[in-house]
Design a protein around this ligand. Structure first.
Ligand code: UDP
Length: 309
């Protein structure tokens, strides 16, 4: 297939491009490098089946003449640190960016896949989270720029499906980690690993009893690819249902690295979700997918990579 992917220089985007090139697809990737990096694509540039466009899919006059079989919209500012820093870009990439990508799909009569997020559930009152849960999002809080942009992108994707009959798919990605996350990404795993590697204090926000469930990148890429191959519109949760407190995570990372770092407590950011864990029955049944990596194994791979880069 000829595939268009936004966010190809990002953490998940670059891994997904690699995977799809190996499966003999032709890819046109777009990224504006707001958080993505050119070096993430070094293995992609050697392929004659990969073409890169540097640009912002959220531009009002964005258009692309080429025709595609499949359009994937991954571009987003997924780290709280970056969506606090670029709140407007965060909203526009979900709003204008999603519509621009949907238009490319509509003009090509292509299939469309949106990578949404567990953040659409906000600070969930239901635990663990099934896809049918509508969420508990503060529409004006500091996280709203990400949460609402993704909720809007889901809404407009469904509108294109209903109004134009476009074949669309939505996955909701839970916390994902692995090689190619930026050192300054700010999300908990790279932040704790970098602190522990340098014997610097590990910053735990709040009392560290809040939970997250962490999925390794290789598992996530396979889940997205399985969704592409399916007829399911979704939304379908993709994530690893093994749940950890943030304190447990800090201790695990400290142990693996054998770091002398101490754990220090910092104020909890506004609206930080207290618990998060996906129900993945749908993904298991419809996509025949489930994550294989334990947290321990995935952390070791990520630590090695961060050490060497
Ligand atoms: N967190 C932390 N220290 C950090 C970064 C994050 O304790 O340096 C906590 C954060 O408050 C949240 C969890 O780790 O409860 C996961 O945060 P992250 O930014 O990775 O992503 P989120 O799941 O909140 O989108």
């Amino acid at each position: 297939m000829k595939i268009l992917i936004s966010g190809c220089a990002g953490f998940i985007g670059s891994h997904l491009c690699e995977y799809l090139l190996k499966a003999s697809h032709t890819i046109v990737g777009i990224d504006n490098y707001i958080t993505g990096k050119e070096e993430n694509m070094s293995s992609l540039f050697v392929s004659k089946n990969f073409k890169f466009i540097q640009g912002d899919v959220a531009d009002r006059d964005f258009s692309i003449d080429d025709k595609f079989d499949y359009v994937l919209h991954l571009a987003a500012l997924a780290s709280p640190v970056f969506y606090y820093k670029y709140p407007i870009n965060s909203l526009t990439v979900g709003a204008l960016g999603t519509q621009n990508m949907l238009e490319v799909a509509r003009k090509s009569d292509a299939e469309f896949l949106l990578t949404s997020t567990s953040e659409v559930y906000g600070d969930p009152e239901i635990h663990p989270q099934p896809e049918k849960y509508w969420g508990n999002v503060n529409p004006i809080g500091i996280r709203s720029v990400y949460d609402e942009s993704k909720r809007y992108s889901e809404a407009i994707t469904m509108a294109y499906k209903r109004y134009y009959g476009l074949k669309t798919h939505i996955v909701r990605i839970f916390n994902t980690y692995g090689p190619r996350m930026r050192k300054d990404d700010g999300r908990v795993i790279p932040e704790f690993i970098m602190s522990a590697l340098n014997d610097k204090p590990i910053p735990v926000f709040g009392d560290g009893k809040q939970t997250r469930s962490f999925c390794y990148i290789d598992d996530m890429v396979k889940g997205i690819s399985a969704m592409m191959d399916s007829d399911a519109p979704g939304p379908i949760n993709l994530g690893n249902p093994e749940e950890f407190t943030i304190i447990e995570l800090a201790e695990k990372i400290k142990d693996i690295i054998e770091s002398r770092s101490e754990i220090v407590f910092k104020p909890l950011p506004e609206d930080d979700p207290k618990r998060r864990k996906p129900i993945i029955e749908k993904a298991m049944k419809i996509l025949n997918w489930k994550p294989r990596y334990s947290l321990e194994k995935g952390l070791k791979e990520t630590i090695e990579w961060l050490k060497n880069h």
